[in-house]
Structure formats: structure tokens, C-alpha cells
Unconditional design. Structure first.
Length: 494
């Protein structure tokens, strides 16, 4: 194998010509964005858009200071430190062509567990105009159904006891806003980039709940000095595997320990509601809007819901990747029926053509053979995902006395999924903050199938709806007696 180059600032210019490297001097960049959660998704999405803006338009005022707050992210911290904040975005097209682009927009990095006070200070720095976040669905501690913030969550309780070494975003933000207020500094925009409905509003509600219980005197300052635009974020970004690291070395001579693999498609829609000037991100394809609703609904109810369906049904069958499940005709027929008959009627704020285009595009994105997107990734935290991706469709359909047959099958399959055993008797792990309860309830459901949908914090009062429960019970019985594939074929035929 030819020599590969360890990815860092010094070696950038030695990389082969087909690797795109930053054309700008990273030392000249001013940091105005602090991003919490330097996940693969942040690096394939927001950090990429900002890199493009600096690279193409030499807009030097949008540098990112990355921050991780979880001890489990220590690896990111160590590697980004060694690689001078650089990493490769490894984009893979359906036709097999692939591109390697070194992203340079993360110019600073702080690790919360190492030095929480430094993070609080940085957040309070007036140069920081935007604090953006990817803290995942369950990071908001807000119950979708009750709208209640979980003030008794162990990490939240810890933050209340130890306000100067916080663990949650809420603890950090509160301390930094106290400093801004005390020092008479301006506020900033809080930009949630998580895949949840009304992510800005949700963030606002969680933060206000936390602050009202911990520092009520700060509420007024926060209301006047911060804003919470809602955003819609989209780019399929699988977990990077060792083969990707190896291919980058072999094909592009880059030795990168933290590359991010993603599809070529990406979309970012943001509500135009910034405390400071609106960033010039529209120059690189970001859409600003006054009405995020239609974008969110298309994405969450079509794309994310489809992912969860392929994830749950596919795992039960023994598939490992979205690609495998999306090439199974029975699965895709089932999915299409659900999207056409149950989701489409709920998308009342989008026109027919955009919905059809979105659905068609979705199938080709899922069928990209080069994106090794693991069902294991998709199924993680389903207890936070199902209420966002699937249950709004069920609610809408039931309110309008419309079909929920496919949705009921999916929920029955999710109950079975929580047994942790696929149709070949191979066990898999259930990674979910509610895993204990899900597993226990799934076991009890064998005797009393309704038990599962009686988990109120997920399903609200769905178990009382007879239209839903009659399909659910039928699917539940079939799934207990037959393999998932046969049940899908049967469901498709009837
Ligand atoms: C996935 C998302 O985690 C999930 O359930 O559906 O991560 C999905 O890949 C992204 O939202 C795509 O933008």
C-alpha cells in the first residue's frame, strides 16, 4: 500500500489532488458558533455547510467551537485534538462514485467533563452568537405527550445539586446565561439541529422548564435575549466502520481516525428568527422559511418513520442494514402502502407533487448500496422516535376516522422487537433509555397484548381506541405465531 498521511494541519498539503482540502487559512477564522454534540451527524451536516461557506465565499466569521458534554465522547475529543479539528467527509453516491473532502470549519474544541468551567465561559463569550445543538431525541427530557420536562431525570437532579460542574445542556446554558446577564452582555440564538418536531420550540420549553425550577430570576433575561428557531435537518449519516477508515487510506491515502460517511443528499431548512444578523448560509443551499411545519412533517413522517419501520421489521427478520431491508419487495410493498394510505393523507400542508417526489427520492436514498446504514443505529432510542415519527400519523388518521392498519402492525412488531430475538433466534441488544420497561412490558404482553400499548408515556390513550386495537391485536397474534416476513406478506395480501 502506498504511503498514507495522518490527517492534521501539517499534512493537508501532502494529500493527493483528488482529496478536497480547505482553501482557506483556518487561522483567520473567527469563532461565532458553539456547537454542542460533535456527532457524525453534526459533522456531515452543519459543519459541512459552514465549511462550504468559508471555502467558497471566504466568509471567515462562522468558525465553529465544538463541545462535547458526555464522558462517552472522550474518543472524539482525543482524535479531534490530534487531528487539529480536521476530519474527512466521505460522500458516497448510489452509482458508486465517492468523494473525500477534508472539513476545516471546526477550529476550536472543548470537552465538558475535562473542564466544565471553561465551557461555561466560552458559552458566555459575546463572540459566540449562535449556540447550536445535536443532543439527540432523548436529550431534551421532554415528554412528547404530556409536554412535561423530566425534572427528576438523574442527570438533571445532579445538575441542580452541582451547578458548576453540569452534565446537561440545560445546566450549562443556565450558568452561561447567568454570566452574560451579570456582565451585561448580549444574548445569542439557540439553534437546535436535532431530528425532532419543532426542535427550537422544544428546546425553549425544556430550557424554560429547567430555569423556572432552578433560577427563576433568569427567565426574563432569557426571554428577551435569546431566540430558538426551528430547523429541519436531513442527511443520512451511518456509523463509520473500520472498513471506511481502511478504504480512505487505500483510495485516498488519508489516515483519518474520525471520518464521516454520508449520502450526497442534504437539506437544511431554518426559521428566520436570529438574535443577531441571519447567517449567510443561504449562499450554500440552506433554506430560510417562516413556516417550518410542512418541511418537518415530510421529513419526520416519511423518511424517519420509514427508517424506523425498516429498522424494526428488518431486525426481526435478521437483516442488518437499511439497504437490505429496502431491497426486499415485501417490506417495500408494506412500506409503500403505509406511506400512501396512512401518512400521505396527514400531509395536508404539502402539495401532491412534492409529496410524491419526496417519496420517490426516499426509496432511492434507502437503496444506495454504498451507505452501510445499520438497522442497529436506526432502532436505538425507538421509545423517543416512535412518538415523533409514527404516532402523529396514527393520531391524525384516527381523528379523521381513516386507516391505521399498517401503523397498528408496526406497533405490534415493535412490541415483538423488544423480545430481543430475531426470527432466526439470534439475539440483539435493545439500546434505549426505556429498555428495562420496554423489555418487561413486551414479556407481559405475551399474556396480555394490550399491556405494551398501555405505556402511557409513549402511547397516551391509544389502547382505548378500538379501531387501532383490533388491528393491533390481529397483528400481534400473527407475529407471535409466524415469522415477520410471512406476516408482512399476509398483511400485504389482505
Ligand atoms: C434516522 C435518522 O435515527 C434515525 O432514526 O431516521 O438518523 C436519519 O438517518 C436522519 O434523520 C437523516 O437525516
Amino acid at each position: 500500500m502506498a504511503k498514507s498521511y495522518y490527517l492534521n494541519a501539517e499534512n493537508l498539503s501532502s494529500l493527493p489532488k483528488d482529496v478536497s482540502i480547505p482553501s482557506y487559512d483556518r487561522n483567520l477564522i473567527n469563532t461565532s458558533i458553539l456547537h454542542i454534540g460533535v456527532s457524525n451527524f453534526h459533522r456531515s451536516h452543519q459543519a459541512y455547510y459552514i465549511h462550504e461557506l468559508i471555502d467558497k465565499y471566504k466568509e471567515l466569521d462562522y468558525g465553529i467551537c465544538g463541545v462535547d458534554l458526555l464522558d462517552s465522547d472522550r474518543k472524539i475529543y482525543n482524535i479531534l485534538k490530534d487531528q487539529d479539528g480536521l476530519y474527512t467527509l466521505y460522500t458516497k453516491e448510489t452509482n458508486g462514485s465517492h468523494k473525500a473532502k477534508v472539513i476545516g470549519s471546526i477550529v476550536e474544541y472543548f470537552f465538558g467533563p475535562e473542564n466544565p468551567l471553561a465551557v461555561i465561559e466560552k458559552m458566555a463569550n459575546p463572540d459566540i452568537k449562535i449556540i447550536s445543538l445535536t443532543i439527540a431525541e432523548d436529550g431534551y427530557h421532554l415528554n412528547e405527550i404530556t409536554g412535561e420536562f423530566d425534572i427528576n431525570h438523574p442527570e438533571v437532579t445532579e445538575d441542580i445539586k452541582n451547578p458548576f460542574s453540569p452534565k446537561t445542556v440545560f445546566g450549562y446554558l443556565t450558568q452561561s446565561f447567568k454570566l452574560r446577564k451579570l456582565r451585561n452582555l448580549p444574548g445569542c440564538t439557540i439553534l437546535s439541529c436535532d431530528n425532532i418536531k419543532s426542535n427550537g420550540d422544544t428546546m425553549k420549553q425544556s430550557l424554560f422548564n429547567y430555569v423556572s425550577k432552578t433560577e427563576p430570576d433568569l427567565l426574563d433575561w432569557i426571554s428577551k435575549n435569546t431566540s430558538f428557531p426551528n430547523t429541519m435537518v436531513d442527511r443520512i449519516t451511518p456509523i463509520t466502520n473500520s472498513k471506511d477508515i481502511q478504504t480512505l487510506k487505500e483510495d485516498f491515502f488519508i489516515d483519518d481516525q474520525l471520518p464521516v460517511v454520508c449520502e450526497s443528499f442534504s437539506q437544511w431548512v431554518i426559521e428566520d428568527k436570529f438574535i443577531h444578523d441571519k447567517p449567510a448560509w443561504d449562499k450554500v443551499g440552506v433554506q430560510y422559511t417562516d413556516n417550518i411545519g410542512p418541511f418537518e412533517n415530510l421529513k419526520l413522517r416519511l423518511l424517519n418513520a420509514s427508517h424506523s419501520i425498516l429498522g424494526i421489521l428488518g431486525t426481526l427478520h435478521g437483516y442488518k442494514t437499511v439497504y437490505e431491508a429496502a431491497n426486499d419487495e415485501d417490506f417495500m410493498f408494506f412500506l409503500k402502502t403505509f406511506l400512501d394510505n396512512e401518512v400521505t393523507p396527514t400531509l395536508t400542508d404539502s402539495d401532491k407533487e412534492s409529496i410524491e417526489n419526496y417519496k420517490n427520492n426516499l426509496v432511492s436514498r434507502f437503496q444506495n448500496p454504498h451507505i452501510n446504514d445499520q438497522l442497529f443505529r436506526i432502532c436505538q432510542q425507538s421509545s423517543a422516535k416512535i412518538p415523533l415519527f409514527i404516532l402523529p400519523t396514527v393520531k391524525h388518521q384516527l381523528q379523521n376516522e381513516k386507516n391505521v392498519k399498517e401503523a397498528a402492525f408496526i406497533i405490534a412488531a415493535w412490541a415483538k422487537y423488544n423480545d430481543g430475538l430475531d426470527d432466526n433466534d439470534m439475539p440483539y441488544d435493545i439500546i434505549d433509555t426505556m429498555s428495562g420497561r420496554l423489555i418487561r412490558t413486551a414479556a407481559l404482553s405475551i399474556q396480555n397484548p394490550l399491556k405494551f400499548i398501555e405505556i402511557k408515556s409513549i402511547f397516551d390513550d391509544l389502547s382505548e381506541n378500538e379501531t387501532f386495537t383490533s388491528y393491533y391485536l390481529e397483528a400481534f397474534t400473527q407475529l407471535r405465531e409466524h415469522k415477520v416476513k410471512e406476516c408482512i406478506q399476509n398483511w400485504n395480501a389482505n
